[in-house]
Design a protein around this ligand. Structure first.
Ligand SMILES: Nc1ncnc2c1ncn2[C@@H]1O[C@H](COP(=O)(O)OP(=O)(O)OP(=O)(O)O)[C@@H](O)[C@H]1O
Length: 462
């Protein structure tokens, strides 16, 4: 028995007694050793083991032979076996994907079918410690960050249960020795020897060098991976707590955050905070998104200029405006509008900017405190009232002040983000006077007292 197999299963809580485990078995040494190990603990742990094999039909008779080898192996050990033949080359051609990607997709599709058929909770695969060293190094070179640098997880949620990789604790040599000791006679896939795949190049040139330096290098990488995952999960909790105080608005396709609060976080939380937002907004993280995007955003947010924007892959735009940073997929220029406000009515403002209700009241006693409500004496009403977006040169007579002020300056003083200014509603009367910028400022046209003929009440709801 491979050293400590049971101890690892217990320590990592890989699976429970009485579980059904589907094992992906190619016929190679790794998966064959895995199948055999699980077979060894089967009785003791009351396991139901099912082997699943896919013949990718890449190598004609040779790969068919491998399938029969797996079927016969299972027969010998009285293990249930599900085997299938899939024309992966044809699949790859119709979908215009590489043979490797196609093989993976077909394999995992079949695995889920078998998991469902046997209502299994676990899919076990034969990746080992040397695979892990290669994976981590490849990811480093590719520029992965955070949790991804920990490589493959020994246990992670998959389909309706978990994907487990019990052999990550062992080196390839230990597995080969195990196969020999137990006379398993695995098959060797010649494509593993080709050096045209990135992984094979890492195996040949980097892993062999590292093994010379330290034959137990896989254990060092395992320790690195485990501690990194622990550190990451702790930092993730801290990030989520901190970002709760930074995020101002969170919708399906847009997130707004407070830049000052964000910049007060330590850099590791800032980086993870940005990732958290991106993971939330993207359904699938685009492969072209890299650490460069995160770095350039950190630079944009910390520079003095009050505004700026970045284009992220997949149509996501990040817009800085004063103390607010908006991540949005909805950055089509806000449509201009100019709408009649009839009395009485409720008008929905375009671009999701709320509504304005408009009614006539005859009695006194209406309070118009704040900028969300506006009163206009009937005798000062010049119809039609219009709700529109801003125009160049807009000016307004401010309530309680002499003279006029540019609408543009009002937006700047109120620190309204650039993208919001284009769609903010402005209420104008039939003479072209700007009466009110709902939610922001009132003009001197507002009624001080309600007089004889009653008044119009405008109420803004954002
Ligand atoms: N054709 C297949 N059918 C069923 N399972 C497979 C097949 N190919 C790979 N697997 C599963 O995926 C794991 C990883 O596959 P990969 O090709 O990366 O490894 P490998 O070094 O070829 O492993 P092995 O020595 O088991 O063939 C295998 O150990 C096995 O559990």
């Amino acid at each position: 028995m491979l050293k400590n197999f049971e101890a690892i299963v217990q320590k990592q809580q890989l699976f429970e007694d009485r579980s059904t485990i589907v094992v992906g078995v190619s016929g190679g040494p790794d998966s064959l050793a895995l199948l055999h190990l699980l077979y060894q603990v089967r009785e003791k742990m009351n396991l139901n083991i099912v082997a699943a094999h896919v013949d990718h039909m890449f190598r004609g008779e040779q790969s068919e032979d491998e399938m029969h080898f797996v079927i016969n192996f299972c027969k010998k050990y009285q293990i249930t076996c599900e085997a299938t033949q899939i024309n992966v080359s044809a699949y790859a051609k119709t979908r215009k994907i590489s043979a490797q990607v196609a093989a993976r997709e077909c394999r995992y599709h079949f695995f889920t079918e078998v998991l469902d058929k046997y209502q299994a909770d676990y899919l076990a695969l034969g990746h080992h410690g040397d695979d892990q060293v290669e994976t981590i190094l490849m990811r480093m070179v590719r520029g992965s960050t955070g949790e991804a640098l920990a490589g493959m997880k020994m246990k992670r949620p998959y389909h309706n249960g978990f994907l487990i990789r019990p052999l990550l604790a062992y080196s390839k040599q230990e597995i080969l020795d195990y196969c020999k000791e137990n006379e398993l006679m695995p098959r060797f896939d010649p494509s593993n020897e080709k050096s045209d795949y990135t992984r094979n190049r890492f195996r040949k040139h980097v892993l062999s060098f590292l093994k010379q330096e330290n034959p137990l290098v896989h254990e060092r990488f395992r320790y690195f991976s485990e501690t990194l995952l622990e550190d990451e999960s702790y930092l993730q909790v801290l990030t989520e707590e901190s970002m709760n105080k930074v995020i101002k608005r969170k919708e399906k396709s847009a997130v707004e955050m407070d830049i000052i609060r964000f910049l007060s976080l330590p850099l590791p939380l800032q980086r993870r905070g940005i990732k958290l937002i991106l993971n939330y907004l993207y359904v699938n993280i685009p492969s072209s998104l890299s650490s460069i995007h995160i770095e350039s955003l950190q630079a944009l947010l910390s520079q003095n200029h009050p505004s700026g924007s970045l284009d992220y892959p997949g149509g996501l735009k990040v817009i800085k405006s004063y103390h607010t940073c908006l991540f949005t997929f909805e950055h089509k220029e806000a449509t201009e509008y100019c709408l009649d406000l009839t009395i009485p009515s409720v008008l929905s403002i375009p671009n999701g900017n709320g509504s304005i209700s408009c009614s006539f009241v005859s009695e006194t006693g209406v309070h118009a405190k704040g900028n969300d409500i506006f009163l206009l004496n009937s005798r000062d009403l010049y119809e039609p009232l219009i709700v529109r977006t801003r125009k160049q040169g807009d000016k307004m007579k401010l309530k309680g002040m002499n003279g006029t002020k540019k609408v543009k300056d009002i937006f700047i003083d109120e620190k309204i983000p650039l993208h919001s200014r284009h769609s903010w509603p402005i209420v104008e009367d039939g003479k072209g006077n700007i009466l009110w910028i709902p939610g922001l400022k009132k003009s001197s046209y507002e009624a001080e007292n309600i007089e004889g003929d009653g008044c119009i009440v405008l109420q803004f709801r954002s």
